[in-house]
Design a protein around this ligand. Structure first.
Ligand SMILES: [Zn+2]
Length: 198
């Protein structure tokens, strides 16, 4: 809309160089000639290749087609699946209620949900969610068990270290005693050697 307005204004006000550089600036000459043509404007707004949605719905794909950006003609199965589960009018309604920045994600999730529903008509996405929740709780239980084992092992390690320290201490005390005894004996032996008459 705005681009068209700007394009229509730009030939009159030449003092807007940034806009005159945009590709849309090449269209004003053709648009200037359009007022000469009869009023019915819809034909020029029709996209040459209709989007997958419009092709399947057998309707004309207009330039502002809400579905066109998300259902390209190269991926028709996406719309077929989503349409089968949600219905075209609901898809359009959902998209119109969302800001454009979130529409692509909404379409992806709708296609995913529709796929799941077709695969599993009873539980659909819920089946996958429940399975994952079960897996999460199983893994959490495993983690808690492993953490408990780790604490036990850490306690055992601390006990073992205490035992080793005690053993080492008593060993070094014993060693000290032996050393003292040996040096005492040696000293006595030396003294007695000195005392020996020449
Ligand atoms: Zn379309």
């Amino acid at each position: 809309m705005e681009n068209y307005e700007r394009a229509a204004i730009s030939p009159i006000s030449v003092s807007t160089p940034p806009f005159s550089y945009t590709p849309s600036s090449s269209s004003p000459p053709s648009q200037q000639s359009s007022p000469l043509l009869p009023p019915p404007l819809p034909p020029p707004t029709t996209i040459l290749s209709p989007c997958a949605a419009c092709k399947i719905l057998r309707r004309r794909c207009v330039e502002k087609c809400v579905l066109a950006p998300y259902f390209p003609p190269t991926e028709p199965y996406k719309f077929t699946i989503a349409h089968r589960v949600f219905g075209a009018s609901n898809i359009i309604k959902f998209l119109q209620e969302l800001p454009e920045s979130q529409r692509a994600d909404a379409v992806s999730s709708m296609v995913y949900e529709a796929n799941a529903r077709i695969r599993d008509p009873v539980y659909g996405c819920t089946g996958a969610i429940c399975q994952l929740l079960k897996q999460v709780s199983e893994l959490q239980a495993q983690l808690a068990k492993a953490q408990a084992e780790l604490v036990t092992m850490q306690c055992q390690q601390a006990d073992l270290i205490a035992v080793i320290c005690m053993a080492r201490e008593s060993f070094s005390q014993q060693q000290q005693f032996t050393d003292d005894t040996t040096s005492f004996l040696n000293e006595t032996a030396l003294d007695s050697a000195w005392e020996l008459p020449l």
